[in-house]
Design a binder for this molecule. Structure first.
Ligand code: IF1
Length: 403
């Protein structure tokens, strides 16, 4: 009989290299493997499980709605979507929302809206619209989106890619100013680059980009799929720069760690470029997702998870900075989106993650050298102390083997 891991490999594509652990149950900040071992989750499924695993109120909202009505397509209205759309518009301070499922679908929706806005409102010549993105970006895995990527592995073997995209260095507002032409429709940017290694741009970067976009009639679209929903200590990471983007993308934690829910939010003039039949999705905006998304937003505010991310994120980063290990070359992030850069001269981040796994802490390396500490926002100080103690132990062991 194949082991569980062998069984999955037997039938599954090999497009991931998971850590050697088989998870079977989750509750709050903890998950358990098939041997009954408990782990503290420092990954939160890349910030999709900000509310903690299997949050009782979210599970209840899901199951109660699933007994009533789950998927009817958008050929009909339902009694749940309007409430959800209003709630997410008010939370993100945007006028209108278009519900999709995965983050990539919401990003693709934004790209289509930006192009159609360029042609119908800005009067850019047909098929000449340009969209600017940043080097080191991550916005999903579709062909259009990886066509904007600077990560060779995300692009290799998947060409040819569509035209109409320009890349500029991240964190450099002047580069944006220079890249804009009369055909520029939009600037798509992550307030913090997650996949690229939790890269925080210089203070005021987004504010300067917002001003440049406004001065040039270019849409500023913030991809908050990973940084939104309170993860960085504000509802949106772009709130730290006190700006009002023309459009915002949300996903991951909007699904309450239970199912995919994403939205493209924008001011009315942008969203109104869509007319019936322009765009769609079988599952986008289904009543089950609407109920879970609305409850995910309710809990975020009711349990003060945004304030917790700010307070506990500061506490966590300060503790990490005090570790003073030669293996750590940097601690970066905002709120509870934290990356610890491991000096590649001394050790691999993946090896540290494997040792953390043995200590009962689940994390994952990104870009080979950065370890992500992005726990559910419900984490307590005591649990952070527990994680720090285990991380410190792993570092001490690794230091002993430093060549
Ligand atoms: C993988 C990390 C990667 C995202 C931002 C859109 C999407 C994502 C800012 C697309 C998705 C996920 C995808 C997952 C690993 C994870 C990730 F940054 F979170 F670590 F890859 F970079 N915008 N990020 O971060 O959302 O379609 O996945 O729902 O693809 O390996 P999605």
């Amino acid at each position: 009989m194949h082991s569980v891991i062998e069984h999955e490999k037997l039938y599954g594509a090999h497009h991931y290299e998971p850590l050697p652990v088989v998870l079977t149950r989750g509750e709050g900040v903890y998950v358990w493997d098939d041997q009954g071992n408990r782990y503290m989750d420092m990954m939160s499924a890349y910030s999709a499980v900000s509310h903690g695993h299997c949050h009782p109120e979210l599970v209840n909202a899901l199951t109660e709605q699933a007994k009533k009505l789950a998927v009817v397509s958008r050929a009909y209205y339902t009694d749940k979507l309007g409430d959800f759309l209003q709630k997410v518009c008010e939370a993100a301070r945007q006028e209108k929302a278009l519900a999709m499922n995965t983050g990539a679908e919401a990003v693709e929706t934004a790209l289509k809206a930006a192009r159609k806005w360029a042609y119908t409102v800005k009067k850019v010549a047909e098929n000449k619209a340009e969209i600017i993105a940043c080097e080191g970006n991550f916005h999903g895995r579709t062909i259009v989106i990886v066509g904007m990527s600077t990560e060779p592995q995300y692009r290799n073997g998947f060409g040819p890619f569509p035209a109409g995209f320009k890349l500029i260095p991240y964190g450099d507002a002047d580069a944006l100013r220079k890249a804009i032409t009369p055909n520029t429709a939009a600037f798509l940017v992550e307030p913090i680059q997650g996949e690229n290694g939790i890269i925080v741009p210089p203070a005021g970067y987004l504010k300067e980009c917002a001003r440049i976009c406004r001065d040039n009639n270019v849409l500023l679209i913030c991809d908050e799929i990973q940084t939104g929903m309170g993860r960085t200590g504000k509802f949106l990471a772009s709130d730290h720069d006190d700006i009002h983007p023309d459009a915002v993308l949300l996903g991951k934690a909007l699904g309450g760690g239970l199912l995919p829910v994403s939205v493209f939010l924008a001011r009315r003039e942008v969203m109104d470029v869509f007319t019936p039949g322009d765009h769609g999705s079988t599952f986008g905006g289904n009543p089950l997702a609407a109920v879970v998304g609305a409850k995910a937003l309710d809990i975020l505010f009711k349990e003060n998870l945004i304030e917790r991310a700010e307070e506990l994120g500061t506490y966590f980063r300060e503790k990490l900075e005090k570790l003073k290990s030669p293996l750590i070359s940097a601690v970066r992030g905002k709120g509870l989106l934290i990356g610890v850069e491991i000096n590649p001269r001394y050790h691999s981040a993946r090896e540290i993650c494997l040792q953390l796994l043995k200590q009962g802490v689940l994390s994952k390396e990104t870009h080979h050298t950065v370890i992500r500490f992005a726990p559910p926002l419900i984490i307590t100080k005591e649990q952070i102390d527990e994680a720090i103690k285990k991380f410190s132990h792993v570092l001490a062991q690794a230091e002993a083997h430093v060549c």
